[in-house]
Design a protein around this ligand. Structure first.
Ligand SMILES: Nc1ncnc2c1ncn2[C@@H]1O[C@H](COP(=O)(O)OP(=O)(O)O)[C@@H](O)[C@H]1O
Ligand SMILES: [Mg+2]
Length: 135
């Protein structure tokens, strides 16, 4: 069953869903977008790349179909929203109640490991930013 919209990008929308008893996210092309054929091609390319990857810090595709794919849903969503959901005064202080310095370091370490893996497979991410990091 498809649920809430979790987020959207230039050519797709991502919905929360329950699939075979698992909490998943479904990424599908944005049919209301400007160029659905281009969107379909970009999603197909993303799926093809993902299907060759296997690393704990790189999201995996569970199932792919025409114009969509299913992946695990990350509970907190993307890092950009996660950081901005905190009261502004706590973001930069060492006393940040939600992310300690060690936790920030750990996030940076996991991002680096994911990127190192991608590069070892000759994949260039080319769009690394906090909205594309899932936590
Ligand atoms: N597996 C997921 N779990 C939770 N939220 C997700 C997941 N995948 C995507 N999202 C949300 O949807 C947004 C858009 O997805 P993304 O894959 O970055 O699309 P695009 O490639 O078009 O930018 C993300 O920034 C995030 O908020
Ligand atoms: Mg994105």
């Amino acid at each position: 069953m498809v649920g809430n919209l979790l987020g959207s990008g230039n050519y797709c929308k991502v919905y929360s869903a329950n699939w075979k008893g698992n909490e998943v996210a479904i990424k599908s092309i944005d049919l209301g977008g400007e160029d659905p054929d281009r969107a379909r091609g970009m999603l197909k390319n993303e799926i093809e790349i993902m299907q060759h990857l296997d690393h704990p810090n790189v999201l995996q595709c569970c199932k792919a179909g025409l114009g969509y794919f299913i992946m695990d849903r990350l509970a907190e969503g993307d890092l950009h929203h996660y950081l901005h959901a905190q009261p502004a005064t706590t973001i930069t202080t060492p006393l940040d109640p939600r992310l300690t310095f060690i936790q920030k370091l750990e996030i940076a370490r996991q991002i680096s490991q994911g990127m190192e893996y991608l590069h070892s497979k000759n994949v260039i991410h080319a769009d690394l930013h906090t909205a594309n990091i899932l936590v």
